[in-house]
Design a binder for this molecule. Structure first.
Ligand code: MG
Ligand code: ZN
Length: 212
């Protein structure tokens, strides 16, 4: 008689399960999803506006905008040329997969190529909630200080791309770029890192191509 073999399986939590369904839905429609995270005021919405303006002629862009109380950012994305859905979390400090599922139901996915999710401004818990998007992008900014990778390791560890915004402010604000880069490298070796240049219309360049 065959002995019962114990099978150990990772049981997906409720959130992870819904996130996997979201991912499947995006894949079925050929939609590429990006989850943008940052602290409040880092410049997520401005970067999204610029991205939509640059890409709107070649890609149809959908936007899911997480906000605690307003639809300001969704309106800005809409104005820039995206089809936007606002998710008001009613005080919740991060987006969860079921909120994305409900928002996706409001979008015509057959008409969308790129989906940008703007998460709630917060460097703590958004990192712990998968949404079903393909890539996690973190927007950092110079005024936040060079110590943030050390203070919010969970966020810096979990992202696929880092954009350092407001790089022009290095001229005015004490920020040790080497200290910042070392902190990132310990947590997320080789992380693809870009800078966004305000004075150049928000142009984005690779950090390793810059002289700093
Ligand atoms: Mg915003
Ligand atoms: Zn939260």
């Amino acid at each position: 008689m065959a002995k019962n073999i114990p099978v150990v399986q990772k049981v997906l939590s409720g959130n992870d399960e819904i996130a996997a369904q979201n991912r499947q839905l995006l894949d079925d429609y050929g939609v590429y999803g990006i989850n943008m995270m940052a602290s409040p005021g880092a410049g997520k919405t401005s970067l999204i506006e610029k991205t939509v303006q640059y890409l709107r002629n070649s890609l149809n862009i959908g936007m899911i905008n997480g906000d605690i109380a307003t639809t300001f950012d969704a309106e800005r994305a809409q104005k820039a040329g995206a089809v936007a859905v606002a998710v008001n979390t009613g005080g919740n400090c991060h987006l969860e997969a079921h909120m994305i599922r409900d928002a996706l139901a409001e979008l015509d996915l057959s008409e969308i190529d790129l989906l940008i999710v703007e998460n709630i401004g917060n460097l703590v818990c958004p990192a712990g909630w998968t949404l079903g998007t393909h890539k996690n992008v973190l927007v950092a900014s110079i005024p936040e200080g060079d110590d943030k990778p050390y203070k919010y390791p969970g966020m810096y560890r979990g992202v696929d791309v880092l954009v350092i915004n407001k790089i022009d402010l290095l001229l005015y604000i004490p920020f040790d770029m080497n200290r910042f880069k070392q902190g990132v490298e310990i947590l997320n070796p080789g992380l693809a890192t870009f800078v966004s240049i305000l004075s150049d219309g928000g142009r984005v360049a690779r950090l390793d191509s810059m002289d700093m």
